[in-house]
Design a protein around this ligand. Sequence first.
Ligand code: ZN
Ligand code: FE
Length: 285
Amino acid sequence: MGCSSFDNVITNPMSTTAQPSPDRGLKTRIQPLSAFSDNYIWLISNGETAVVVDPGDAVPVLDALDRFNLRLTAILLTHHHPDHVGGVQRLVDASGATVYGPATENLPVCDTAMKGGARFEDSALGIDLTVIDVPGHTAGHIAYAGSVGGTPAVFCGDTLFAAGCGRVFEGTPGQMTKSLSALAVLPPETRVFCAHEYTLSNMRWAREVEPANTELQQWQAEAIRQRDQGEPTVPSRIGQELACNPFMRTAVPSVVKSASQWAQRKLDTPVEVFAALREWKNSFR
Ligand code: ZN
Ligand code: FE
């Protein structure tokens, strides 16, 4: 199956089209593959080859490879949780793909250990990503930031979600605050490819934190429409997160005030604000 039939096959509204990859003239696409109840496995492909991020389940990936006649060349992992790595062994057995993953975590398979500053490049797919260490959700969590098919992108696993962030399971609030800051300085147009569809519940809570945030109100209306139509709400963009995500706004006066009221004490630092927001969100129903 060549490039043109690949273009015809994809009618999935969930696909994101990026610029053509420079050296092959094939269009790079980034698609979410749904897994479990709310996971997204990201598939980057060009009609011939594919790279997959956080395949918690092999089945949706094998189905997509088969359907679009793609050869899987690499698997990128952000952290060790089973809903992100559960499909790796079966995909390696089926494809021989090379596995890249966080250097300090226990993974079922890992060929190349990645830590902050390491790069992953794939010229056929127009991928040029650099690893950022983002500990907090897990102790060795990494993100992959850079460009895919000529557009800025970050694959951040369970660190940053649309209007939310991952729970702090293994790290500290201080680490998570620093990790989110490292993502906050990416170009605002950077598309945020997170690993879960948590957006609507994150937004219901974010509205409590910042009831007067009009950009959040507008984004929420858009996200509700997308979910009603069965579409994913992601990728978001870093600029949207900076404007709407309370966890990215721990220095914004309205967020500091709201978090202080919830905690019933004056919060003085971004880390204190983050910790209060995280507790607030954990208990929010
Ligand atoms: Zn996780
Ligand atoms: Fe997860």
